[in-house]
Write a protein that binds this ligand. Structure first.
Ligand code: NAP
Length: 270
């Protein structure tokens, strides 16, 4: 009995702590994979705009890969860092319990199983059918497809509580049937993003009666890796993320169940 009371007390304190840093009248965003690339810049720009930011990353406290996010946090009391591995259902549910009464206006599924360099990414996504590593393929689907659905399932009540009610997933043209990237690019990664697109379009229909908008976004090519920065066509991360945030902010029902290309601002075919 005493253990139960202590447990409830701990949960209450944790919940109070979670909400304490936040401005009560500001909108709130939860971002997955926010320690690097698009996710990191999303965390920075949303925090600069005065949003409450739940910046999540799979890395444990003290991991050097969190340093850039911690620098942003030091400037922004409205940003909290939480550990969240999108393949870990229990971890996701525990975080949702911690934030159980926190409205989340934008639930932003950004994390993906990608390589640390552009060169490694290209090598990995270009493997043809006869070289598929099925463990790697299962991991891609676990992170890129099931991960967002786990996050959606756990945090849907928070989105229902919010004013804006938006669920966003970052996809890739590697998952496109209409305009696939050339060659074998995307055998695992692309298939996992195509499946993500399918989940999100079904979700848009399922959540329409609740007033939730489910939006897919993809870029052309953003220089999130160091070795991509000097490549032709690689757009600066801060520029592309500013476009993405503006689109999320301004688009309404017309974007739900669709893919908006945030580099061009146009709707892309599936
Ligand atoms: N950059 C582009 O041109 C481009 C093009 C098309 C689509 N996208 C999409 O944009 C999104 C962001 O990609 P990016 O270019 O910004 O790549 P990135 O810089 O490598 O960021 C990927 C993020 O996902 C995180 N992540 C990986 N596995 C995870 C897991 N199991 N749980 C939680 N987080 C996990 C990574 O964390 P760690 O640091 O711990 O690995 C990292 O923070 C992805 O969905 C990607 O598919 C990007």
């Amino acid at each position: 009995m005493i253990r139960r009371i202590l447990g409830l007390l701990a949960l209450t304190l944790v919940s109070f702590g979670a909400a304490a840093a936040f401005k009560p009248n500001a909108a709130t965003v939860l971002i997955t994979g926010s320690n690097h690339g698009l996710g990191l810049e999303l965390a920075r720009q949303y925090a600069d705009l005065g949003w409450n930011v739940i910046a999540t990353a799979r890395r444990p406290p003290g991991d050097p890969g969190l340093a850039a996010l911690q620098e942003i946090q030091a400037q922004h009391p409205n940003l909290v860092i939480e550990r969240l591995d999108v393949t870990d259902t229990k971890m996701i549910q525990a975080l949702a319990a911690k934030y159980h009464d926190q409205p989340i206006d934008v639930l932003l599924n950004n994390a993906a199983a990608v390589e640390p360099t552009f060169a490694q990414d290209m090598a990995e996504v270009s493997k043809p059918y006869d070289q598929i590593d099925f463990d790697a393929a299962a991991h891609d689907f676990d992170v890129n497809t099931l991960g967002p659905m786990r996050v959606v399932q756990a945090f849907a009540p928070n989105v229902f509580l919010s004013k804006q009610k938006k669920m966003v997933a970052i996809t890739s043209s590697a998952g496109s049937f209409a305009t696939p990237l050339p060659g074998a690019i995307g055998m695992n990664y692309g298939a996992s993003k195509a499946a993500l697109n399918k989940y999100m379009t079904l979700l848009a229909v399922a959540l329409k009666p609740k007033g939730v908008l489910v939006e897919l976004y993809q870029p052309v090519f953003v220089a999130t890796k160091d070795d991509a920065k000097s490549m032709r066509g690689a757009a600066p991360v801060n520029q592309e993320v500013a476009k993405l945030i503006k689109l999320i902010d301004t688009q309404g029902a017309e974007a739900s169940g669709k893919i908006t290309n945030f580099s061009t601002g146009k709707i892309d075919a599936f």
